[in-house]
Each structure stands twice: as structure tokens, then as C-alpha cells.
Design a protein around this ligand. Structure first.
Ligand SMILES: [Zn+2]
Ligand SMILES: [Zn+2]
Length: 238
């Protein structure tokens, strides 16, 4: 948190350095990111990324979309537009927030974006199967995504019973857990633990962690078996 003097924000532990929430999903021949955060450019530089085939959006909040302009580097090196996938609400916001990229007469060098509206129907991006899962962020429907045995859900505080069915059987679940105190639109730590246990997913990692949750090392020790705090740079094989 900018300007915050708390023990997390001033911690020397690398695992307490939390950029905005996003994941990169990679198969033998396809690379996707879920959300382009305000930190997107640095996150891609940090992993020395050379290739990106598509962007999937969970929802239109700025902490999940603000970095989109920087996909123009991939436009330049890959010589093609960047496919974006999101529900209609999210794509409307992208067109509004990045209106210059959709203008009739574009300024040279603006990102070249291709909009693909998705619903809850499963689809493929390259060789990666994607199943959208609708979750609730207060009153906003947000899309989580299941890729094979791996499910990613962020910015949720409630999931309807039939959407929960889509998560069951996953080997790994990444889900948001903001802090210990209850929050209006995000799962708190104990709510996220309850969800993992209810769905009986054997391995889970928490993301979208606020500095209010506390230090990684301390919280990690409090978690039940099979449940961990995620951290920037964490890699999972599934
Ligand atoms: Zn949000
Ligand atoms: Zn968020």
C-alpha cells in the first residue's frame, strides 16, 4: 500500500512484496494471462516474457485491467492483434477505459486489441480448455476460470451452489483471501478456508491478499494442511 508504514509494507521478506493479482497460464504451445493489472508491464518484464497469446479478464475493476495498454509490445513483436476474452460487462468497460484503442482514426502505436465476448460456455484458447465460473463480488458477477485440474478465482465473496460444482474435482484451487476481518466484496481468510474445505480441493493457494492480512511467514503457519498463501512468482504445475 502506497505510503503505508505497517509491518507488511515495510517487511524485508520478498513474499510480503505483493503486486496486483494476476496469473499466467502456460501449456506446451499456448500462453495466457488472466487480467492485466496496473503492474502488468513489470510482471511480464520480471519473468522475461517473450510470448503472449491471449488475455482473459475476470471483471472490469481497474486493479485487473489498468495495465492493458502494454500488450502493445506483443502486438509489435508478434505482428498481430491481442485477443481479449471477457463477459459483455467487462468488454464494455475495456472499450470505455481504452477508447483510444478503438477509435476510427487511431494514433500510431496504440494497442491492437481483438474483443471476444464469452459467456459461461466452455471454450478453447489454443490447446488450453477454459471453463468460466460465475462468482459474486458483492453484486458484481465476476468470472473465475477452470483450466483442466486447476481453478483460479479472484474477487469473490460468494459462489452459487451450481457454480461450485464446476470447481469440485480440481487438484489445485487459487482463491482470494483479503484479510482476517470480514469484507463486503472479498472472502476473508476463514471464509476462504471454509470454501476450500467444503469443495474438498486437496491443494489451495490464497491470492489478492491485502497488507491487512499480516506477514506471509506468520499467516502461513496458521493455515490447515494443503492450504497456503500464494506469493508473487509462485509457480504451480498441474
Ligand atoms: Zn474487484
Ligand atoms: Zn481486485
Amino acid at each position: 500500500m502506497i505510503a503505508c508504514p505497517c509491518e507488511v509494507c515495510t517487511s524485508a521478506d520478498k513474499k510480503d512484496k505483493r503486486l496486483r493479482s494476476s496469473i499466467l497460464v502456460e501449456s506446451a504451445d499456448t500462453t495466457i494471462v488472466v487480467d492485466t493489472t496496473p503492474d502488468f508491464r513489470y510482471q511480464m518484464l520480471r519473468i522475461n516474457s517473450k510470448k503472449l497469446d491471449a488475455v482473459l479478464f475476470t471483471h472490469p475493476h481497474k486493479d485487473h485491467t489498468a495495465g492493458l495498454d502494454d500488450v502493445r509490445a506483443y502486438n509489435f513483436f508478434q505482428h498481430k492483434s491481442m485477443p481479449l476474452y471477457g463477459n459483455s460487462m467487462t468488454l464494455d468497460a475495456v472499450m470505455r477505459d481504452f477508447a483510444y484503442a478503438f477509435a476510427d482514426k487511431k494514433y500510431p502505436g496504440v494497442p491492437n486489441l481483438e474483443l471476444n465476448e464469452i459467456t459461461l460456455d466452455p471454450f478453447m484458447i489454443g490447446d488450453i480448455p477454459v471453463t468460466p465460473i460465475e462468482v459474486w463480488h458483492l453484486k458484481m458477477p465476476v468470472y473465475g476460470f477452470r483450466f483442466g485440474d486447476f481453478t483460479y478465482i479472484t474477487d469473490a465473496n460468494r459462489i452459487d451452489e451450481d457454480e461450485k460444482e464446476k470447481i469440485k474435482g480440481s487438484k489445485i484451487l487459487v482463491v482470494n483471501a483479503l484479510r482476517k476481518e470480514k469484507h463486503i466484496s472479498h472472502y476473508a481468510l476463514d471464509e476462504a478456508i471454509d470454501l476450500v474445505q467444503e469443495l474438498q480441493v486437496p491443494e489451495a493457494y490464497f491470492t489478492h491478499i491485502s497488507h491487512q492480512l499480516g506477514k506471509h511467514e506468520a499467516i502461513e503457519k496458521e493455515l490447515p494442511e494443503g492450504i497456503h498463501l500464494g506469493y508473487d512468482g509462485l509457480e504451480l504445475i498441474c
